[in-house]
Ligand binder design. Sequence first.
Ligand SMILES: Nc1ncnc2c1ncn2[C@@H]1O[C@H](COP(=O)(O)OP(=O)(O)O)[C@@H](O)[C@H]1O
Ligand SMILES: [Mg+2]
Length: 258
Amino acid sequence: MKVAKLAPAPRPARRNVVAVASGKGGVGKTWFSITLAHWLARQGNRVLLFDGDLGLANVDVQLGITPRRDLGSVIAGRIPLREAATRYEPGGFDILAGRSGSGSLSMTPLARVAELREELERVAQRYDHAVLDLGAGIERPVRLLAGAARTCLVIATDEPTSITDAYAFIKVTRAERIVDDIRIVVNMAGSVREGERTYLTLRRACNEFLKFDPPLAGVVRRDDKVKDSIRRQASLVTRHPTCEAALDVDAIARELVE
Ligand SMILES: Nc1ncnc2c1ncn2[C@@H]1O[C@H](COP(=O)(O)OP(=O)(O)O)[C@@H](O)[C@H]1O
Ligand SMILES: [Mg+2]
């Protein structure tokens, strides 16, 4: 059989990548991305989790898995992106893992990152949703990858440095028109009320200086069960599906797909 030569792939019409960003590290991006992916899968969706924080042990360590293949091999050109996914059976979703020491995104040539983004957009079409855990920072590679997203969830906590960094991320993303749909998630909030207050602080800055009004995707409460599940290298949705933080992420997942 003759194989038709393929024209360069157009950008997918149905964009279904949700990026999780923050600017600052340590605010719960990776944990949130895993939990979001797990809930989306539980709700009956085909889900892909992409670990965009290359070079640092992240998704695989939090879940205690040792993927046979990872994004390091993809970047090195050894395997195509579509063949690098690992099934995470307990969660019923697929993971494109970035393993520790596999070479960081900031060390990858920008042209390669751009290709990676296109491959991600294409592979994402095989799923209902793809969740993209972006690394910390707002450097070019992170912004480039973020361009794959239809929706960008920006995570902030009540720490002033986190609010400032979330604001900085929103500012560049807006200036460069990387993603239109930007929403805020406040994580590790002492209460829903406190989380809403953090959101209002960030929102006020966006209103005033960027003339932009980001909606609140949701507040996730601080919950000891999060640390417990990470320590045991299991998903929170498996271990404590009805704890506060799990329910908060579930609510965000439901609204996201509506
Ligand atoms: N809702 C929460 N409640 C309690 N602890 C949390 C919560 N979210 C995150 N954490 C803690 O924050 C730590 C950092 O999370 P991680 O996902 O690695 O952040 P990031 O990917 O942004 O660097 C986790 O190890 C966990 O202990
Ligand atoms: Mg992380």
